[in-house]
Design a protein around this ligand. Structure first.
Ligand code: AMP
Length: 206
């Protein structure tokens, strides 16, 4: 199965992606995670994208497309994969059409008005990729799943979040219609518990 997960930043894509990857045994390809890993390791790619990522804007299309193309050519993607955070605009979607065709695109739908609160209160685990909201974990400092010290992502501050949402509205949201017109789109309601969202996704995936 070749799956694309769409959805605004903070819609719960990453959390659902972890659950899907485990249940369906799919490689989880998150462009955001790959960029963050490169920044952490100070690779040439990381050095190139660090500043732009911190503003909340998108990294250059050519770098991103090349990176995904390379990743999808690896052996573990032969029988399918799940893309999380790619494509992020029409240029990327059209480029992807040239080298890979998704079977299904799932949009995790959450009202944008609710997203800012979700992102600004988000705490992330750098080890197991879990993410948690302070409304639920309070001032707990360690990951409830693996015990690692939780972090606040550099781009989860009010100013950057506003920019990311504006980028989402202008560049990524048009992909909903793009995939609807190709009959690939399935929408799930992301404004419910993690379990319920995952149940809807399982129904879609069969
Ligand atoms: P994410 O973890 O998906 O929220 O992505 C974090 C940041 O990584 C984004 O705000 C962008 O700066 C960058 N990024 C991730 N995926 C892409 C993409 N497909 N195209 C361009 N930039 C991306």
């Amino acid at each position: 199965m070749k799956l694309i997960l769409l959805g605004a930043p903070g819609s719960g894509k990453g959390t659902q992606a972890n659950l899907i990857a485990e249940k369906y045994n799919l490689p989880h390809i998150s462009t955001g995670d790959i960029f963050r890993e490169n920044i952490k390791n100070e690779t040439p790619l990381g050095v190139k994208v660090k500043a732009v990522m911190n503003t909340g804007d998108l990294c250059p299309d050519d770098l991103t497309i090349e990176m995904v193309k390379d990743r999808l050519s690896k052996d573990d993607c032969k029988n399918g994969y799940m893309l999380d955070g790619f494509p992020r605009n029409l240029t990327q979607a059209k480029a992807l059409d040239e080298f890979a065709t998704p079977d299904v695109v799932i949009d995790i739908d959450v009202e944008l008005a609710k997203i800012e609160h979700r992102l600004v209160g988000r705490r992330s685990c750098p080890k197991c990729a879990g993410s948690f909201h302070i409304d639920f974990i309070g001032d707990r400092q360690n990951c409830p799943i693996c015990g690692e010290k939780l972090i606040i992502r550099k781009d989860d501050n009010v100013e950057t979040v506003k920019e990311r949402l504006s980028v989402y509205k202008s560049q990524t949201a048009p992909l909903i219609d793009y995939y609807k017109n190709k009959n690939k789109l399935r929408v799930v309601n992301g404004d419910q518990s993690i379990d319920k969202v995952f149940c809807e996704i399982k129904k879609v995936l069969g």
